[in-house]
Design a protein around this ligand. Sequence first.
Ligand code: MF3
Ligand code: CO
Length: 251
Amino acid sequence: MITRKSKREIEQMQAAGDVLVACHKAIAGMIKPGVTTMEINNFVEEFLAERGATPEQKGYNGYPYAICASINDEICHGFPREEQLKDGDIVTIDMVVNLNGGLADSAWTYAVGEVDGVGKRLMEVTKSALYKGIEQAQVGKRIGDIGHAIQTYAEAEGFSVVRDFTGHGIGPTIHEDPHIPHFGLPNKGLRLKEGMVITIEPMINEGSWESQMDENNWTARTIDKGRSAQYEHTIVITKNGPLLTTDQDKE
Ligand code: MF3
Ligand code: CO
């Protein structure tokens, strides 16, 4: 079901977003060669608990951890683990924060030490692709406009767009209708309305867009070992344009 949120619900989602943003900023300071994604997971558990928030992903459809941590060729839903990050890795940390029932969902790709030129470019293009999609998140625009903006930009830059995972409506649960593909045709699909809250979360690959599932039945990775980056925001559709509850650049 597609819901439109009340002012009060949006305020709760923004409060969750504020906690999530602070958490991502703290993680940014932890990322370096030698740190493990399990350490980051445990840090997030504590960070949220201290603020009266909970990691909504933990237990969601049986997912075992507070965060997803996807390294290099892992596209999404990587498991945190006791393996040290290495100089040159890229790692995507994705989490959903629940604060008093309000949810916020944001993923961010971090460079570990010095990443090579293509890896840096992949990260930049993926982040810009997210913002190209966000520009389309306007009352009266259609879902296809979002995917089209992302796909045409990312492909023109020589990268590919993952098809098997999409953005989504969010609240009261993590994944609500509608699906928000990161590819598509302009002026097609559902029309966006005021009060809808969605995520846009392009996963962009340096090689083929195709994914395969690990034996853990969660982690998707590229079929050609190429790297994948991802940036995600939670976005409220308002008559004044897209409102990011997970914006890291606010004062
Ligand atoms: N933030 C993730 C997404 O948007 C949530 C994944 S659910 C989990 O798809 F259970 F895998 F964590
Ligand atoms: Co999401």
